[in-house]
Write a protein that binds this ligand. Structure first.
Ligand code: ZN
Length: 266
């Protein structure tokens, strides 16, 4: 694949980076990244992936844009209120970088369709805001052997890790075997979230996705990052594969996707 002059110009500030070059840009252009959720995390992540020139971005969300989303969900504009999030998201990404192929999924991603969807991607970035989806995405990535870059936010706090059970690294269930009971952890709707926290964690997800595509730096697989905005501190713990993991352990009991009930969460 040869780059046009316009492409070289557009990506020049990253092409000149050590370890990047035309080879790196070719990897980025060929990459296919699936983004679960066009909300607080998926928005900043998808914007930066599109800006970097990721060839194909899959965007899944069944919600419509609401006014109270705009405080953090930067894919959407005031005039988009009422539109399906994937539609306004696609328009924003394509206006930023017309070279990016944006595939949209406006139906609810569930156990019946998720494996077929993520099969077509190299990498999955989870920006969902509820436990049933987070477990579904983790399990589907395990079965399809896809690297999962997972982020979560609440109030002034954020978390991030990369899960690669197919490469001997832990999965999400190695840390959290089962979802908490409904109501045990408040949702952002109940507890609030600072918009900038969504931006920080979403951008860290995009950063890790670009590193995984390029094969540079140190992966977040086997590492779990916690962020607090009020103290502005990052704390990292090492995590390892749990031999008793229900999904990726030595005697797994989970052999197929299960769907936990969606409670009152949005
Ligand atoms: Zn596991």
């Amino acid at each position: 694949m040869k780059f046009t002059e316009e492409q070289i110009n557009r990506y020049s500030r990253q092409i000149i980076l050590p370890g990047f070059g035309g080879k790196g840009q070719r990897k980025i252009s060929a990459a296919r990244v699936f983004v679960m959720g066009a909300g607080g995390l998926g928005s900043p992540a998808a914007v930066y992936l599109a800006a970097a020139g990721v060839g194909t971005i899959g965007l899944a969300d069944f919600d419509r844009v609401e006014l109270n989303n705009l405080q953090r969900q930067i894919l959407h504009r005031t005039g988009d209120v009422g539109l399906p999030k994937v539609e306004s998201g696609k328009r924003t990404l394509e206006s930023l970088n017309p070279e990016v192929n944006v595939q949209i999924y406006s139906e609810r991603v569930n156990s019946a369709n998720i494996r077929e969807i993520i099969k077509n991607y190299d990498l999955v970035l989870d920006g969902s805001d509820n436990f049933p989806t987070r477990f579904l995405v983790n399990d589907a990535c395990f079965f399809e052997r896809k690297t999962l870059i997972s982020g979560a936010i609440l109030r002034f706090d954020g978390q991030l890790s990369t899960y690669k059970p197919h490469a001997g690294k832990p999965c999400y269930r190695c840390l959290f075997p089962e979802p908490p009971p409904p109501g045990a952890v408040p949702s952002c709707q109940e507890a609030g979230v600072l918009g900038a926290v969504a931006g920080i964690i979403g951008l860290l997800q995009a950063n890790e996705a670009l590193k995984e595509i390029l094969g540079i730096g140190e992966s977040m697989a086997g590492r779990f990052l916690m962020f607090n905005a009020l103290t502005l501190t990052f704390q990292e713990i090492k995590i390892s594969k749990n031999p008793d993991c229900l999904l990726c352990g030595e005697n797994p009991t989970l052999k197929e996707l299960i769907e936990y009930p969606h409670s009152c969460q949005v």
